[in-house]
Design a protein. Structure first.
Length: 183
């Protein structure tokens, strides 16, 4: 599963993961882009699907799961859209990996574990753009703010749970980091 908002530059790495990881399907998720300068909002799930097709993913192995507009709980809405799309295909997996950006990975895994419950083992691949890898996150104000924001978001999700707990306490799940072309 690919979170579309991870960006166009992450898609070649997601394709390599898909091709070499033994996956049956590739699902794209995301909501509207919230672009205010254009007459039409785009959807991250659709944008990611277009890019993945250009990168060589077969159309018959791609599922697009667009999420609705949401001011809050966007990851939750995306996870629900993914679950609904997979159920519509009759294919809720026993295990899935989620391709997302760096610091958001832990919260993403937690939210998806809640939405899929004990039916699916959830892993996450934390992709970091090459241009952000040149120095540690704590030496970048942008990455430090992102880390703090995601830490607060994770704690909010973990402690307050947002009333969305669907399964047992998550524990047997994988988080790994990847660099362009790495696993």
């Amino acid at each position: 599963m690919v979170e579309g908002w991870a960006g166009r530059d992450s898609m070649p790495g997601a394709v390599r993961e898909f091709q070499h990881g033994g996956y049956r399907l590739l699902v794209t998720a995301g909501g509207p882009t919230r672009e205010t300068w254009t007459a039409r909002n785009w959807n991250y799930a659709e944008l990611a699907a277009e890019e993945l097709l250009r990168c060589g993913v077969p159309k018959d192995r791609l599922i697009v799961a667009p999420a609705p507009e949401a001011d809050t709980q966007r990851t939750y809405q995306a996870a629900l859209a993914v679950r609904r799309a997979l159920e519509a295909c009759g294919s809720v997996p026993a295990a899935m990996n989620i391709w997302t950006r760096g610091a958001h990975a832990r919260r993403t895994r937690l939210v998806y574990a809640k939405v899929f419950g004990s039916q699916s083992r959830i892993g996450v691949i934390a992709w970091t753009p090459e241009w952000l890898r040149d120095r540690p996150w704590w030496r970048s104000s942008r990455r430090s703010l992102e880390f703090l924001d995601e830490t607060v978001g994770y704690l909010f999700e973990r402690v307050l749970s947002s009333g969305r707990w669907a399964g047992p306490e998550p524990g047997n799940h994988e988080i790994r980091e990847t660099h362009e072309g790495g696993r």
